[in-house]
Ligand binder design. Structure first.
Ligand code: NAG
Ligand code: NAG
Length: 989
C-alpha cells in the first residue's frame, strides 16, 4: 500500500469519526430535553416530596434545606432543574450528573422505589448529614447509578447490610459510608450499618479507581483485604471502629498517594509499622486503640508531611525514636497515651522532644510514665487546644505559665501527684471547656465562684484531692452550664445551691463528702431529662425528699448511692438504668419484680442492706446482667432460676442471707460465670458436680450451708478448668477427701508470676468509661479471718474445713496443687500422716490441719514454705519434734496445742536430743525471706481473731469495692472506648 492511499484512508476514517461525534453533539441535547431532562426534573421533585424537612437532623451549623427552594417554574415543560440549589447538570447533554444534598435537613426513609434511582447519569452524589430513618441502603445504588464516581452516604442513619451491588460501582473514586450510628445512643450495642454477609474484599475488589474509601463505624468482622495494596490511586483510607481483625497489610503504608490512614478503634487488628521512605505522602496516621505492636521505627522521621499521628492504646515497644519524631515539625495532632504494652514494664520516656513541635494543637500523653515536675517543654506549645497529661506521676505545683496556653479548651491533669493550691492563673484560660484535676494531692481552699470566669466550661472534675471547695449561696447565676461536675471528697456539707440552675448536667459526682439528710427535690427537677449518671457514694444521705415512687430521671444509666444511710424501700430507677449500686445502706423491704424488667441492667449491687423477702423469680433472667450482688441481707425462700437461658452473668453473690433449697440447675447456662458465692445460707444439696462444666468458673464458695454427701469423682478430666478458689467449709460433706478432683484442678497447679494482678470484672456499662468491680472476699481460718480487699488474680484456695471428711490426706494429689495459697482441712476426721508433699506447695501462706486425728510427725520440710504465715495442727495426735526454721520460729504454742506427743523449743515439752529435728538445708530457705513475707502480708488485711466466729452476722465480709475514679475518667481517646466492648474483653483474657 502506497503512502498516499494509506493517508486518504486515514482521513476518511477520521472524518467519519468527526461526523459521528458531531452528530451526537447536535442531536443529543434536543432529544434529551424531550425525553430525559424533564423526567429527571420531575424525579427530583418527587425525591423532594418523599422527605420531611427537619432542621434538627443535620449537625452542620450551616445546614439548610436546599430542596425547599426547588420549584417547578413556568409551565413545567420548560422547567430547568439544572439551576436548582445542589443540582449540577452536564453542560453538553443537560443530564443531572451531580446532586449535593449534604446537610440538607432531609428526614425520612428511602427505598428502592425512590425516584432518585431514575437519575441514571449521576456521577456525584452526596446525601451526608441527613436522617434516613435507619433505611437500608437500596441495592439500586449499585444497579442503576453505575456512573457514580462520588458517593457519600455518611452520617445519615442508614442501617442494615451494605448491599453487595455497591461493588458494581467500579468508577467510584470516593465511597463514604461512615458514621451511620445513632447520634444519641452512640453506646448502644447495635452497629446500624454492617458488612457481614459479603466481606470487605468483595466490596472493594472492583473499585479500581478508588481514591477515598471511608467506612468508619461499619461493623465488618473482617480482615483488611490485601488487594488494597494494589489500590494505587488511594489517597484516603478510613476504617475506624469497624471490628476489623487479622493483620493489617503492611503494603498499604507504601501506597504512593496515600495521605490519610485511619484504622483507630479496632482492638483486634494487629500490625506494625514498616520502614517509611522519604517519598511517603502520609499526612494523617491514626492507629490508636488497635493491637499494633513492634518498634516505632526511626524512619517515622521521614514522614515530613505528617500532621496527625495517633498511636494511643497500642502495644508498641516503649522505646521512642525521639530525634526522628522531633523532625515531624508539621505535626498538629499527637496522641501517644498508653501507646505501649504496659505489661512489658514501664520505661521512663523523655518527651522533651515534643517541645520542638510548636504547631501542636492536640497533645495526649496520658499514662506514659512521665515523672517529676510538670514537663516544661509544654510551655513552648502555645497553639495547644487539647492537653492530656493524666495518669502519670507528675508532682510539684501546677505551673503558672500554663496561662500562656490561651487556646486551651481541654486540660486533663487527673491522676498525678500534683500538689499545692489550684493556681489563680488557671482561671485566665478563658477557652477551657474541660478541666480535670481529679486524683491529685492538691490542697487548699477553692472559691468556687472563680469558675464563673470560665464561661465556656462544660466539664469540671476536681474529685479526690485534699481540696475544700467553698460555694457561695448566691453563686448560681454566673456559673456556666456544666455537663459534668465531679466534686468528690471536696469537704462539701450540703448539696450546692447552684445545682438548681444546672439544667444541662449529665454526670454529677458528689461522693465522699459530708452531705447529710435527704436528696433534695430540686436536684432532680433541674436535671430530670439530662442526668445520665449520679454518684453520691460515702455521704450521710437518708433518702429522697418527697420521693415520687419512681426515680424521675428519664435517662439515668448509672446510679451509685453506696455507703450512705439510705432507708426505706429500694428506689425504682427508670428503664434506662444500666448500673444500680446501693450497697452499704439501710434499705429494707423486698426487691420489686420491676427490677426484672430493666432490660439494660448490667450491674445490680444491693449488698449490705437489710432487704428481705423472697427474691423475684425473674431475677437473673436478663441476658445483659453481669453482676448480681446481694451479699448480707435477709433474703429467704428458694433461689430463683438464675440463667434460665444463656446469659452474661459473671458474678453471682448471694452470700450471707437465709436462702434455702437446692442450687438451681439453670446455673449451667451461666457460661460466663466467674464467681458463685452462696456462703452462709441455709441451702441443702449434694455437691453440685455439674458446675464443673462451667468453663470460666474461678471461685466457688458454698461455705456454711447444709451441703452434704460424698463428693465422689469427676465425670471427666476436664471439669472445673479454671477453678482457683473452692470453699466448701462448714457443711455436712462426708467420705474421703475428693482426691480425684485435686488431680484435675489444673489451674491450681501452676503460678504464672507475670500475672500478679487482681481479679476484676470489667463491665462495659458506661459509655465514655467503664466500670470495674474488684472482687473482695473473705476466707476464714481458725483464729484469723483473711479479708482480701481485692482478690489477687492468682489467689488459690481450698477450704474443706468443718465437714465430716475422713481417711488420709492424699499425698500425691495435694502435693501437685503448687499454686495453693490457702489450704484448710481442719475440723474433720482425717487420719494418717501429714504428707510431706505439702512441703512442695511453695506459695502456701496458710495451712490449717487442726482438729483431726492426724498422727505421726510434722514433716520437717514444711520449713521450706517461706511464705507460710499461718500454721495450725492443734488437736491431733501428732508426736515428735516440731520443725525448725524461720517461719516455724514465729508460730506460737497454740499452733500445736492438744498434741501431747509434740516437743520443741516453743512448747512446754522440750525434745530429747535424739528427737531434734534437722533444719532444712539453708539454701532452700529464701534469702530475701523478709521481703517475700512482706508481699504476702500486703495481700490481705488480717482481722483480729476475736472477730471471726464470735460475732455472727457482723461480717466484714465480701465487699465490692469500686474503682471510684473510673467512672469519671474522661480522658478521651484512652478510656473512651465506645465501641470496643467485645474487643476489650478479648484483649484482657
Ligand atoms: C456513563 O458514562 C459513560 C462514559 O462516560 C457514557 O458513555 C454513558 O453514556 C454514561 N451512562 C449514563 C447512563 O449516563
Ligand atoms: C466486578 O465487575 C465485574 C465486571 O464489571 C462484574 O462482573 C462482577 O460481578 C463485579 N464483582 C462484584 C463483586 O461486584
Amino acid at each position: 500500500m502506497g503512502m498516499e492511499s494509506w493517508w486518504s484512508k486515514f482521513i476518511s476514517v477520521c472524518s467519519f469519526i468527526l461526523l459521528l461525534l458531531n452528530a451526537t453533539h447536535c442531536f443529543s441535547p434536543a432529544q434529551n430535553e424531550a425525553l430525559g431532562q424533564v423526567d429527571e426534573c420531575s424525579a427530583l421533585l418527587q425525591f423532594k416530596e418523599s422527605f420531611a424537612i427537619n432542621k434538627s437532623v443535620s449537625a452542620d451549623p450551616l445546614a439548610y434545606p436546599k430542596v425547599s427552594f426547588w420549584t417547578r417554574e413556568g409551565d413545567g415543560n420548560r422547567s430547568n432543574c439544572c439551576s436548582w440549589d445542589g443540582v449540577e447538570c452536564d453542560e453538553d447533554f443537560g443530564h443531572v450528573v451531580g446532586l449535593d444534598l449534604r446537610s440538607s435537613c432531609l428526614y425520612g426513609s428511602i427505598n428502592s422505589s425512590n425516584t432518585l434511582f431514575r437519575l441514571v447519569h449521576l456521577q456525584w452524589l452526596d446525601l451526608s448529614d441527613n436522617h434516613f430513618n435507619f433505611s437500608q441502603i437500596p441495592s439500586r445504588f449499585g444497579d442503576d447509578l453505575s456512573n457514580l464516581t462520588y458517593l457519600n452516604l455518611s452520617n445519615s442513619l442508614f442501617s442494615g447490610e451494605i448491599p453487595p451491588e455497591i461493588s458494581k460501582l467500579s468508577k467510584l473514586s470516593t465511597l463514604d459510608l461512615s458514621f451511620n450510628y445513632h447520634k444519641v445512643k452512640v453506646y448502644d450495642d447495635s452497629f446500624p450499618l454492617k458488612l457481614t454477609n459479603a466481606n470487605m474484599r468483595s466490596l472493594v475488589q472492583n473499585l479500581t479507581a478508588i481514591k477515598q474509601l471511608h467506612l468508619n463505624w461499619v461493623e465488618m468482622y473482617s480482615t483488611v483485604p490485601d488487594i488494597l495494596v494494589n489500590a494505587s490511586s488511594l489517597t484516603s483510607l478510613q476504617l475506624g471502629v469497624c471490628v476489623l481483625n487479622g493483620e493489617f497489610p503492611i503494603g498499604i503504608f507504601h501506597l504512593p498517594n496515600l495521605e490519610v490512614l485511619d484504622v483507630n478503634g479496632n482492638s483486634y487488628l494487629t500490625g506494625y509499622f514498616p520502614n517509611f521512605n522519604r517519598s511517603n505522602a502520609l499526612k494523617k496516621l491514626n492507629v490508636a486503640n488497635t493491637n499494633f505492636s513492634g518498634q516505632l521505627p526511626n524512619s517515622l522521621g521521614n514522614l515530613h508531611s505528617l500532621t496527625t499521628f495517633a498511636i494511643s492504646l497500642c502495644n508498641f515497644h516503649p522505646n521512642v525514636p525521639s530525634s526522628s519524631l522531633a523532625n515531624l515539625t508539621q505535626l498538629g495532632y499527637l496522641s501517644m497515651s498508653t501507646f505501649n504494652d504496659v505489661s512489658k514494664g514501664k520505661l521512663s520516656v523523655s518527651f522533651s522532644w515534643v517541645g520542638k513541635l510548636t504547631k501542636l494543637y492536640h497533645l495526649s500523653l496520658g499514662d506514659t510514665n512521665i515523672k517529676g515536675e510538670f514537663p516544661s517543654f509544654v510551655s513552648n506549645l502555645t497553639q495547644l487546644e487539647f492537653l492530656d497529661l493524666s495518669d502519670n506521676e507528675i508532682s510539684g505545683q501546677i505551673p503558672s505559665w500554663l496561662m500562656k496556653l490561651t487556646q486551651l479548651t481541654t486540660l486533663s491533669l487527673g491522676d498525678n501527684n500534683l500538689q499545692g493550691p489550684i493556681p489563680r492563673s488557671l482561671f485566665q484560660l478563658k477557652n477551657l471547656e474541660y478541666l480535670s484535676l481529679s486524683s491529685n494531692n492538691l490542697s487548699g481552699l477553692v472559691e468556687f465562684d472563680q469558675f464563673s470566669k470560665l464561661k465556656k466550661l462544660k466539664r469540671l472534675l476536681l474529685s479526690d484531692n485534699m481540696l475544700s471547695v467553698e460555694i457561695r449561696n448566691d453563686l448560681s447565676a454566673t456559673l456556666p452550664k456544666l455537663q459534668t461536675l465531679a466534686l468528690g471528697s471536696c469537704n462539701l456539707t450540703e448539696f450546692p445551691n447552684f445545682l438548681k440552675n444546672q439544667s444541662e448536667l449529665t454526670k454529677l459526682d458528689l461522693s465522699e463528702n459530708y452531705i447529710h439528710g435527704p436528696i433534695p427535690k430540686w436536684l432532680w427537677n433541674a436535671t430530670i431529662e439530662t442526668l445520665w449518671g449520679l454518684r453520691l457514694y460515702d455521704n450521710f444521705l437518708t433518702g429522697f425528699d418527697q420521693y415520687p415512687g419512681i426515680l424521675p430521671w428519664t435517662n439515668l444509666n448509672y446510679l451509685g448511692l453506696g455507703s450512705n444511710m439510705l432507708q426505706g424501700p429500694l428506689p425504682i430507677p427508670p428503664q434506662s438504668i444500666r448500673l444500680y449500686d446501693v450497697e452499704n445502706n439501710e434499705y429494707t423491704g423486698e426487691i420489686s419484680p420491676l427490677f426484672c424488667n430493666f432490660s439494660n441492667l448490667q450491674v445490680l449491687r444491693l449488698s449490705n442492706n437489710s432487704l428481705s423477702g423472697m427474691l423475684p423469680q425473674c431475677l437473673g433472667n436478663s441476658s445483659v446482667l453481669e453482676v448480681l450482688g446481694l451479699h448480707n441481707n435477709f433474703f429467704n425462700g428458694y433461689i430463683p432460676p438464675i440463667c434460665p437461658s444463656k446469659t452474661s452473668l459473671r458474678i453471682v453473690d448471694f452470700s450471707y442471707n437465709q436462702l434455702q433449697g437446692k442450687l438451681p440447675r439453670g446455673v449451667m447456662n451461666c457460661t460466663q460465670l466467674n464467681v458463685l458465692n452462696f456462703a452462709n445460707n441455709q441451702m441443702s444439696d449434694i455437691f453440685p458436680s455439674w458446675l464443673g462444666a462451667l468453663p470460666e468458673l474461678r471461685s466457688l464458695i458454698l461455705r456454711s450451708n447444709g451441703f452434704h454427701g460424698v463428693i465422689g469423682k469427676p465425670a471427666t478430666k476436664h471439669e472445673f478448668p479454671n477453678l482457683r478458689i473452692i470453699d466448701l467449709s462448714n457443711n455436712g460433706f462426708s467420705g474421703m477427701l475428693p482426691s480425684n478432683y485435686f488431680e484435675i484442678w489444673n489451674s491450681m497447679k501452676y503460678v504464672d508470676e507475670n500475672q500478679q494482678t487482681y481479679f476484676e470484672v470489667d463491665t462495659d456499662v458506661v459509655g465514655g468509661s467503664y466500670f470495674q468491680s474488684d472482687y473482695a472476699m473473705t476466707i476464714s481460718g481458725k483464729g484469723v479471718q483473711l479479708k482480701y480487699e481485692k482478690t489477687p488474680y492468682l489467689l488459690t484456695v481450698i477450704d474443706l474445713s468443718s465437714n465430716r471428711f475422713e481417711g488420709e490426706i492424699p499425698e500425691g494429689p495435694v502435693g501437685n496443687l503448687r499454686g495453693l495459697v490457702l489450704l484448710n482441712l481442719s475440723n474433720n476426721s482425717l487420719t494418717g500422716h501429714i504428707p510431706s508433699s505439702l512441703g512442695d506447695l511453695a506459695f502456701l501462706e496458710s495451712l490449717d490441719l487442726s482438729q483431726n486425728q492426724l498422727s505421726g510427725r510434722i514433716p520437717s520440710n514444711l520449713a521450706q514454705l517461706t511464705f507460710l504465715a499461718y500454721f495450725n495442727v492443734s488437736h491431733n495426735h501428732l508426736s515428735g519434734p516440731i520443725p525448725l526454721g524461720k517461719q516455724f520460729d514465729t508460730f506460737q504454742e497454740d499452733s500445736y496445742e492438744g498434741n501431747s506427743g509434740l516437743c520443741g523449743k516453743s512448747l512446754p515439752k522440750k525434745c530429747e536430743d535424739s528427737e531434734s529435728s534437722t533444719r532444712p538445708p539453708s539454701s532452700i530457705v529464701g534469702d530475701d525471706e523478709d521481703s517475700v513475707f512482706q508481699i504476702a502480708l500486703d495481700w490481705y488485711v488480717v482481722v483480729p481473731g476475736v472477730v471471726s466466729g464470735l460475732i455472727v452476722g457482723v461480717v466484714v465480709g465480701n465487699i465490692w469495692t469500686t474503682k471510684k475514679h473510673e467512672w469519671f475518667v474522661e480522658t478521651f481517646s484512652r478510656r473512651r472506648k465506645p465501641r470496643s466492648t467485645r474487643a476489650r474483653r478479648g484483649r484482657r483474657t
